[in-house]
Design a binder for this molecule. Structure first.
Ligand code: FE2
Length: 355
């Protein structure tokens, strides 16, 4: 089984930065092992090239903290995930990037199909991040839940316990969601395809579309704003946006958060922020260090506190408001495989008319 294997810094120098899947290239080797063609490729310059599709203020702080701790300077290229994946694919023969930071576990499958991720490993990462949130060359950094937001003075939250409840006739004209072009919605529907099959997933998407209060538009926060403005009573949104609105410097956003509650339905869908190490990365050793740093308590705490995401390191204290949401049961999903169902999901969205 291909997985995130143990790797020590002593062995990293001799690390084969080419193929993945080999399970015996790590701890038994040391920097003294003659492995000329391998170590010739290793590069210990104190730099790291990162492609990131994350769009958060906290990331700049994380980068600065990492540079301060390690002396490794980060060159960060920001862009939308599909564009960066396209670029990673194009550069596969001679990769420029060492690390890909992104949101949405659905792209893991695609990266693996393209052979973009390497097979780098770290005992520290294995210790910090539960196995379920790691795979060959990637590890989850944080999670957020895609949940049901409701207008507090108009909905009794105990009446809604599942995503399927959004399709009930009593919510006709009351459901708000962003467009089906959103990766968040595609991943949500792909997860239903993976768990319940195409037919049930189609029924769900049809039922939600039939209940829309308006045509899908805007981002997740706009759904909460529209609900408070009376355009609907229920909205699909990611939990961390509520946290960000609640601590927003914009008083209007704060006011919206106050009027909105979140329901974590049975088998809550989690969306991952994750980091992957690129196969044949020039700065593989530094890339492993970044993974270790991001999985550590200090980075996990900062991400949880400032970005409202759930930390994945079980040792990290979960801050409010996330702490108040704990106790929900997440979907049982294989994050390596989720992306397989994206094409079905986009097809279904087209069929049911979810714009
Ligand atoms: Fe987002």
């Amino acid at each position: 089984m291909r997985r995130f294997m143990a790797l020590t810094l002593a062995s990293v120098f001799a690390l084969s930065i080419s193929a993945c899947g080999s399970t015996e290239k790590t701890e038994s080797e040391s920097a003294d092992t003659p492995a000329a063609e391998e170590s010739a490729e290793a590069n210990t310059d104190p730099v790291l090239n990162v492609y990131s599709s994350r769009h958060y203020d906290v990331d700049k702080k994380l980068y600065d903290m990492f540079t301060e701790e390690t002396g490794i300077k980060l060159n960060v290229v920001e862009g939308k995930a599909p564009e960066l994946i396209e670029r990673l694919t194009r550069e596969k023969a001679a990769p420029e990037a060492d690390v890909f930071l992104t949101v949405g576990a659905e792209s893991i499958w695609q990266l693996n199909e393209e052979g973009i991720l390497g097979d780098y490993t770290s005992e520290t990462v294995e210790k910090n991040i539960p196995e379920h949130y790691r795979g060959t060359g990637w590890m989850g950094v944080a999670s957020r839940a895609r949940v049901i937001a409701y207008v507090k003075d108009q909905v009794d939250p105990s009446t809604i316990t599942s995503y399927a409840d959004l399709t009930k006739p009593e919510w006709k004209g009351q459901v708000l969601a962003r467009s089906s072009e959103s990766g968040y919605n595609q991943a949500l529907l792909a997860s239903f395809v993976s768990i319940d099959g195409v037919e049930k997933a189609t029924e769900w998407a049809q039922g939600v579309t039939d209940n829309f209060g308006r045509e899908p538009k805007g981002n997740d926060r706009d759904q909460a704003k529209a609900a408070v403005a009376g355009e609907g009573k229920l909205a699909i949104m990611n939990s961390y946006y509520w946290a960000l609105m609640d601590k927003s410097s914009d008083p209007e956003e704060k006011k919206v958060a106050e009027q909105i509650g979140l329901i974590f339905p049975e088998n809550t869908h989690l969306n991952l922020s994750y980091a992957g190490i690129i196969k044949d990365a020039k700065h593989a050793e530094n890339a492993v260090k970044l993974m270790e740093f991001l999985s550590g308590d200090k980075a996990q705490t900062l991400i949880a506190e400032e970005n409202g995401e759930f930390p994945l390191n079980p040792e990290t204290t979960v801050p409010e408001p996330q702490k108040s949401w704990l106790g929900f049961k997440a979907q049982e999903l294989d994050f390596n495989e989720l992306g397989k169902h994206i094409s079905d999901a986009t097809k279904i969205f087209g069929e049911v008319g979810w714009k």
